[in-house]
Each structure stands twice: as structure tokens, then as C-alpha cells.
Write a protein that binds this ligand. Structure first.
Ligand SMILES: [Zn+2]
Length: 91
């Protein structure tokens, strides 16, 4: 019967010995965590830098801005409130 092989490896960044690990293990737990964080940070930065990305907070802000612009545009061309309301319903 085959038994699971356990290796002893050294973390390639801090040199700590890792016991009972697989053959492909390169980092100790702490370094693996740090590496993961860095990768994720980079990944998120790339997403945020891309043109298509709109953060949820920004989306709300932009929607509010758009509706304010619409209201202001109507208000600029009307003289009284009744007219303004009528035009708002038109659109
Ligand atoms: Zn390490």
C-alpha cells in the first residue's frame, strides 16, 4: 500500500524549515500568506486601474450627479415650479 510522502522543505524567502509538507511547497505559512496578500493587492490594483472599473461608491455618486444634472438642466429652462414639474414628467 502506498503511503503519503512527507517532505521537509525550506521556505525560499525566510529559510524556515517546513516539515510534513508536499514536494511542491516553497513557502512557510507566514510567507505564503504574505505572498497571497501581495498578489491579491496587485490584482485589485490592476482592476481599479482599468477603465471599466467603477467602484460601488463611485457608481452611487455618479448616478446622483446624473440626476442632479438632469434636474438642473430642466430648471435652467423653466421659469416657475409648475412648468418645471410638467417638464420633469415629460422626460
Ligand atoms: Zn517563510
Amino acid at each position: 500500500m502506498l503511503t503519503h510522502k512527507n517532505f521537509t522543505r525550506k521556505c525560499i524567502t525566510c529559510g524556515v524549515e517546513i516539515t510534513d509538507c508536499g514536494s511542491a511547497k516553497k513557502y512557510c505559512t507566514e510567507c505564503a500568506k504574505e505572498r497571497n496578500r501581495k498578489k491579491r493587492r496587485e490584482y485589485m490594483r490592476n482592476i481599479r486601474n482599468s477603465r471599466e472599473y467603477i467602484s460601488p461608491a463611485n457608481e452611487v455618486k455618479q448616478a446622483r450627479l446624473r440626476s442632479m444634472q438632469r434636474i438642473n438642466a430642466i430648471a435652467r429652462h423653466t421659469t416657475n415650479y409648475g412648468e418645471y414639474q410638467a417638464k420633469r414628467k415629460e422626460n
